[in-house]
Design a protein around this ligand. Sequence first.
Ligand SMILES: Nc1ncnc2c1ncn2[C@@H]1O[C@H](COP(=O)(O)OP(=O)(O)OP(=O)(O)O)[C@@H](O)[C@H]1O
Length: 318
Amino acid sequence: MILRTEGLAKTFEVGFRRRRVQAVRDLTLSVQEGEIFGFVGPNGAGKTTTIKMLMGLIFPSGGRAFIFDAPIPSTASKARIGYLPENPAYYEFLTGREALRFFARLARVPGADAKRRCDELLELVGLTPAADRQIRKYSKGMQQRLGIAQALVADPAFVILDEPMSGLDPIGRKEVRDLILELKRRGKTVFFSTHILPDVESLCDRVGIIMRGQLRDVGRLGELLSPRVKTVELSAMVPEGARGALARGRVLAEEGERVSVAFDDEASADGAVRAVLAAGGRLVALTPHRETLEDFFMRRLQEGEARPEATPRRLAAP
Ligand SMILES: Nc1ncnc2c1ncn2[C@@H]1O[C@H](COP(=O)(O)OP(=O)(O)OP(=O)(O)O)[C@@H](O)[C@H]1O
């Protein structure tokens, strides 16, 4: 077990009247060695607050957490963690290479290794051609990639990335996804937060879903998502007089003889396929749709809204 939290909680006191906001409540989860764990939640759910607690940047109001079996904050375990903050800030007059060398010095990477390590990381994150350009001339995506290189500079065993894909275009997101997979291949454990659901589906071994400060679900996606087929989409070339075969479905598109229809159950779709073929039609595609992470997320969000105890608790000032 690389990370373990037990009932971790954080309450902020806000404003003149010290209104108390429970940003994270009773968070219990664990991350195992070698896995990619996605910490997923909408804006304001408590992801950054959790990560800041893990990194020792803010102190928990309650509960405990252990990284490499050491209670947080632990200087010894921090030396083995790479961290990308949500909004990395740099000395922008430095070049990417200079900044990375600076971070390597801060992380006490021995001088002899530092140059080689920095060159390797610049290559890994695709910044070699821009390495000698000032950071203020970097795009958001390049700054994000430099942030990831910075997180890896001490060759950490555990990497915590706060919203690594935020603000990136689809190509940049794909590059960061590939990078995270590469980290896994190199034996690292990765914990990253995000609200971009397709990224989670393509990357994570396990996910934790946090909403309004509470961990709502944790597990493998295959365990969380319903295996039930939600709809079956049938596309077929159907002669004009044989459209009755599709009568039980919802028409999605129609162009000449080509018709796409959705069925809510597999039996109806099977029946329609047989009827289309019997009528001399031709099947083009039959696609079952199961619950996606987005469907699951929206379902849990709606369930949470229906449950008063899951609404954010804003405690009155004492
Ligand atoms: N320093 C702070 N003082 C007061 N409230 C805070 C503070 N930091 C965070 N909060 C509140 O705690 C809650 C959780 O915020 P947090 O930044 O952890 O969410 P998040 O899931 O990271 O969201 P985002 O995806 O928007 O970054 C929010 O209601 C936020 O307003």
